[in-house]
Design a protein around this ligand. Structure first.
Ligand SMILES: CC(C)(COP(=O)(O)OP(=O)(O)OC[C@H]1O[C@@H](n2cnc3c(N)ncnc32)[C@H](O)[C@@H]1OP(=O)(O)O)[C@@H](O)C(=O)NCCC(=O)NCCS
Length: 181
């Protein structure tokens, strides 16, 4: 997929080293239980490849034209936990800090939403994060998603400060309402 400033593409071997570094950055992983080891990042790339094979969509590697061949990922995934809104498809993003606050996640997420609705024929796409992840919530809002509810992430233990999450969602008809005529 191509946008004005980005290329969203499948992963290659050269992405692994910068992805390992990305996942070791405490700022990037601030709203996750921990940073990832090299082995965990390598396994995640493998899981992303498997997800693409299984569903035809996944987390695309993000290239920023004229800047970097790998800035992180933006994409769609099938959450593996059970909650009141599952089964569902989520949109998610993770970029390296030098590329934050320049509208890249929003630009890529628009293309990913279009892929989900137009190519995969999805009816609804959700997103979730911890309440304090303002940047991620802003991206959700900027791509037209609406706050739905709070939930406790079942993958995290009771009383974990990251357990409480906010859920956002957008339907195809809502996305269509945002399109220029
Ligand atoms: C979430 C993330 C992908 C956003 O990427 P990005 O390219 O910086 O996003 P954008 O530039 O498109 O939009 C970010 C918005 O958040 C706002 N923002 C960022 N930090 C903020 C803060 N601390 N307080 C208020 N607003 C903030 C920006 O101003 C911008 O909004 P605006 O356009 O209205 O000014 C990036 O911060 C990231 O990778 N974070 C770590 C991983 C992560 O948390 N992923 C999400 C897990 S669900």
């Amino acid at each position: 997929m191509e946008t004005t400033r980005l290329i969203l593409r499948r992963w290659c071997e050269e992405d692994i080293a910068p992805f390992v570094e990305l996942n070791k950055d405490p700022r990037v992983m601030q709203y996750y239980p921990s940073t990832l080891t090299s082995e965990q990042s390598v396994q995640m790339v493998e899981d992303i490849r498997t997800h693409f094979e299984e569903y035809g969509f996944g987390l695309w590697a993000v290239e920023i034209k004229d800047q970097t061949s790998f800035a992180g990922f933006i994409g769609l995934a099938v959450p593996q936990f059970t909650a009141f809104f599952t089964p569902c498809i989520e949109i998610l993003w993770r970029l390296a800090t030098p590329y934050w606050n320049q509208g890249y996640a929003t630009e890529g997420a628009h293309a990913v939403l279009d892929f989900g609705f137009d190519e995969c024929n999805l009816k609804q796409i959700v997103s979730f994060t911890v309440p304090s992840n303002i940047a991620s919530r802003r991206v959700m809002e900027k791509i037209g998603m609406s706050y739905i509810d709070n939930f406790d992430h079942p993958g995290l233990p009771d009383n974990d400060p990251l357990q409480r999450h906010v859920l956002y969602s957008i339907n195809r008809s809502e996305r269509d309402g945002l399109l220029p005529n």
